[in-house]
Ligand binder design. Structure first.
Ligand code: CA
Length: 221
């Protein structure tokens, strides 16, 4: 199953969050909603998203603090800030905190959608090649160019699994998370183990490590 871009919406206005959730899901995004900055920060640090939409005025952790904390942890996911504060100074503050884009409330939904498409596209172009132990993964072509010059072809699911692991190289992904991101939640956890095995057979044992009791991570240590 191919899912659309994974989007984290951090917004404490429940009416707006519900509206945006419906619109964005309708556009094919896999939307996760966090109603405060603390949960938003936790999710952004522990799960992988293609794009974040972050309200500026949030309970618990303020929007720009959330972004600054993510950037300090080397999370490079593109962020669009939503804010009622739209002066030049406010926008500059948002961009300085590490946001890629800044949209002032109230906004037109088509403009939000267009800006999100641009962010996701740019992020994907940047991420055309992903580093693996001993090679570079091209997720679109589904090949690994190995350091020794050889090319290894991957199936769609092998490439998708490695792309998720390589998108956050230090993060341990649970089987359940990988099942949701790469496979189909209706399938058994065993399918994850099976594809880890396939990847190791093609690329060597060290390409994915097992973290006992937790899941899998890129690399051998
Ligand atoms: Ca708010």
């Amino acid at each position: 199953m191919t899912t659309g871009p994974a989007l984290l919406l951090v917004e404490d206005d429940h009416g707006l969050a519900a509206l945006l959730g419906r619109v964005l899901s309708g556009e094919g995004y896999a939307v996760t909603h966090a109603p405060d900055g603390q949960l938003g920060l936790h999710l952004a640090l522990t799960r992988s998203f293609d794009v974040l939409v972050v309200d500026r005025g949030l309970p618990a952790v303020e929007g720009l603090d959330l972004i600054a904390k993510l950037r300090r942890q080397s999370v490079a996911t593109p962020v669009l800030v939503l804010s009622a504060r739209g002066s030049t100074e406010d926008r500059v503050e948002g961009l300085d905190a590490g946001a890629e884009d800044y949209l002032t409330k109230p906004f037109e939904v088509p403009e939000l959608l267009a800006r999100l498409r641009a962010l996701v596209r740019r992020h994907r172009d940047d991420a055309e090649f992903l580093a693996l132990p001993g090679g570079l993964l091209d997720p679109q072509q589904r090949i690994v160019r190995r350091a020794d010059g050889d090319t290894v072809e991957l199936s769609e699911r092998e490439a998708a699994l490695l792309a998720v692991l390589a998108s956050r190289p230090s993060q341990v992904f649970s089987r359940r998370d990988l099942l949701a991101r790469v496979f189909d939640e209706a399938e058994s956890d065993n399918v994850v183990d099976t594809y880890v095995h396939y990847c190791r057979r093609k690329l060597g044992r060290g390409v994915i490590s097992t973290v006992r009791g937790l899941g899998y991570r890129l690399g051998s240590s």
